[in-house]
Design a protein around this ligand. Structure first.
Ligand SMILES: O=P(O)(O)OC[C@@H](O)[C@@H](O)c1c[nH]c2ccccc12
Length: 256
């Protein structure tokens, strides 16, 4: 499943590249104002930080919300106290696009994550050209050489990689490339199974000083409290915010 999602995302990017060659995207990326400092925005604090996600659907959960105006939802997230915004740009299974990210960029001043299945330099330049400040790198989808290469390119462009893991071994791989912002996804992207306790089981393997993000399966303040008690600096929340009332959910999550 993860391999297929990644192969399809790369194929879609290659199709876009026919109309918009690398040189053009690279120039657009370099013409953007500097990326925002996501490490500062998500730094450990006395309260948990929320990365609020814009996601229309997912392969595991099906259709979630229409989200006709992603910019308006992003503004709501910002007003509600989110520290960063995640925009799913994958089109086939998640219903997102780079245009969503661009419209969110124009609407908020929070750091924005391009959430997609990134495996090529072209996709990284696309992210920056659309205004992203962070790019997701899923360790399970990348070999060590590609992971290191994309990590380097993202940082060179002034952005912050969010390195996503789903096991102690993957956390070690993230540590080895010097990742400073690391997520543990409760959902296994190869089987879609959920394991809310994974974060707590492997939290000790986070490298010193890295920001700890718990991803997925936050439906209530109790889930946030569960991750916070296990040591999460931030939680990445999608479904609960796109299907419920974002303001009241955010305020409940931030009160943990
Ligand atoms: O909707 P949830 O359960 O709150 O999860 C959000 C986020 O963690 C999830 O969308 C996600 C985590 N890692 C991913 C990688 C690709 C696509 C999606 C994801």
């Amino acid at each position: 499943m993860l391999a297929e999602l990644t192969a399809n995302a790369v194929a879609d990017a290659e199709a876009r590249r026919v109309d918009r060659p690398m040189a053009e995207v690279e120039a657009a990326a370099l013409a953007r104002p500097d990326a925002l400092d996501a490490l500062a925005a998500l730094a450990p604090a006395a309260h948990v930080k929320v990365i609020a996600e814009i996601k229309r659907s997912s392969p595991s959960r099906g259709s979630l919300a229409a989200i006709d105006d992603p910019a308006a939802l992003a503004r709501t997230y910002e007003l509600g106290g989110a520290s960063a915004i995640s925009v799913l740009t994958e089109g086939r299974k998640f219903g997102g696009s780079l245009a969503d990210l661009e419209s969110v960029r124009a609407a908020v001043s929070l750091p924005i994550l391009r959430k997609d299945f990134i495996a090529t330099a072209y996709q990284v330049f696309e992210a920056r050209a659309a205004g992203a400040d962070m790019v997701l790198l899923i360790v399970a989808a990348l070999d060590d050489a590609t992971l290191a290469e994309l990590y380097g390119l993202i940082t060179e462009l002034g952005m912050t990689p969010l390195v996503e893991t789903h096991s102690a071994e993957e956390l070690d791989r993230a540590a080895r490339i010097g990742a400073k912002l690391i997520g543990v996804n409760a959902r296994d992207l190869t089987t879609f199974e959920l394991d809310r306790d994974l974060f707590g089981r492997i939290v000790d393997r986070f490298p010193e000083g890295a920001i700890k993000v718990a991803e997925s399966a936050v439906l209530s303040a109790a889930d946030v409290a569960h991750y916070r008690a296990a040591g999460a600096d931030a939680v990445l929340v999608g479904e609960a915010l796109v299907t419920g009332d974002p303001i009241s959910n955010l305020s409940a999550f931030l009160a943990v």
